[in-house]
Design a protein around this ligand. Structure first.
Ligand code: MTE
Length: 313
């Protein structure tokens, strides 16, 4: 897989100064190339905050594109349990208590387990993965996630031969997630993957951003990231991962089955009733750019051989 390119040797530790220096270099570089003076980043983009995570490896899977600034990734969010406007999650995340936090793995597995998130981090180690992120609302970002492969958790749990799908359940607690007091969705937010999707090396459980612990609004302390799928597949604040025989229900397809499918693969050829998927707006850019099939991660296409491409939505 040509895309599976490591920027730094194993063992190199991500250093925030390196990030900031790279961002500054890119900012000045772009300005120089255009002969323009770019504005300094806004106050919301003062830079990453929160505890530093021990990242040991860095992989760029966004083709060297400049990551979207921290300020945008953490203030333009979809997390309906914290409000339905884009700015609501950042405003309302203060009540979410991401530590201590346990993740339960159960269902069709030989080793059901309940582990503290920090124990999972110690066990699997952390890498930084820069991925494109594409929302079904036709906006996109480039995000430097920190996490570990979902496949590592699958291996640890040892699924039985009956396990065909993985169901993700997120926190149900209106005290911490005030948006759950309104029946916008059928809470808790749930998502699912086929097991072969779950063990694909691109599927990630993220616990951080820009080398720091994940802010509440981005799905603290642990969320799913599946870069070839629309963002709604990326369940935030996960508490349970269950291995099941049948395709599990997913929040958005349960609410509007004609608008959202189980797969949610990024597909420029299949429009959503409200959003053409042919083009997308990268946050921070003016012109729209063409949407890439599978969000540019075409190596996953063999997973869907034989399926009607329209059913991939
Ligand atoms: N997870 C939970 N628990 N609740 C949500 O409302 N929204 C989804 C997904 N995960 C959502 C969620 C949607 S629609 C998108 S596009 C992404 O989170 C947004 O992730 P971001 O805010 O980190 O960009």
């Amino acid at each position: 897989m040509a895309r599976w390119r490591t920027d730094e040797p194993e063992g190199a530790v991500t250093d925030e100064r390196l990030w900031l220096a790279r961002r500054e270099f890119l900012r000045l570089g772009a300005a120089g190339a255009l002969g323009l003076a770019l504005p300094r980043p806004s106050a919301a983009d003062d830079g990453p905050t929160g505890a530093v995570l021990p990242v040991t490896r860095r992989v760029d899977l966004a083709g060297g594109e400049r990551p979207t600034p921290w300020g945008a990734i953490t203030t333009y969010n979809n997390f309906y349990e914290l409000g339905t406007d884009k700015e609501d999650p950042a405003r309302n995340a203060g009540g979410l208590r991401p530590r201590p936090w346990t993740l339960t793995v159960d269902g069709e597995v030989h080793r059901p387990l309940t582990l503290d998130v920090d124990e999972l981090i110690r066990r699997f180690g952390l890498e930084e993965r820069i991925y494109r992120m594409r929302c079904v609302e036709a906006w996109s970002m480039v995000i430097p996630w920190v996490g570990f492969p979902l496949a590592a958790l699958v291996r640890l749990a040892e699924p039985t031969s009956r396990a065909r799908f993985v169901a993700f359940r997120t926190l149900l607690d209106p005290g911490q997630l005030p948006g759950q007091r309104r029946a916008v969705l059928d809470w808790p937010y749930v998502e699912g993957l086929r097991i072969d999707e779950a063990v694909h090396p691109l599927a990630l459980l993220a616990v951080g951003l820009y080398g720091r612990v994940l802010p509440g609004q981005d799905g603290a302390p642990i969320r799913l990231v599946v870069p070839w799928k629309y963002g709604f597949k990326g369940a935030k604040s996960i508490v349970r991962v269950s291995f099941v025989e049948r395709q599990p229900p997913t929040s958005w397809s349960r609410l509007a089955p004609s608008e959202y499918g189980f797969y949610g693969n990024v597909n420029p050829a299949v429009d959503h009733p409200r959003w053409s998927q042919a083009r997308e707006r990268r946050i921070g850019e003016f012109f729209r750019r063409p949407t890439l099939p599978f969000n540019g991660y075409g190596e996953v296409a063999p997973l869907y051989a034989g399926l009607d491409p329209r059913s991939l939505y």
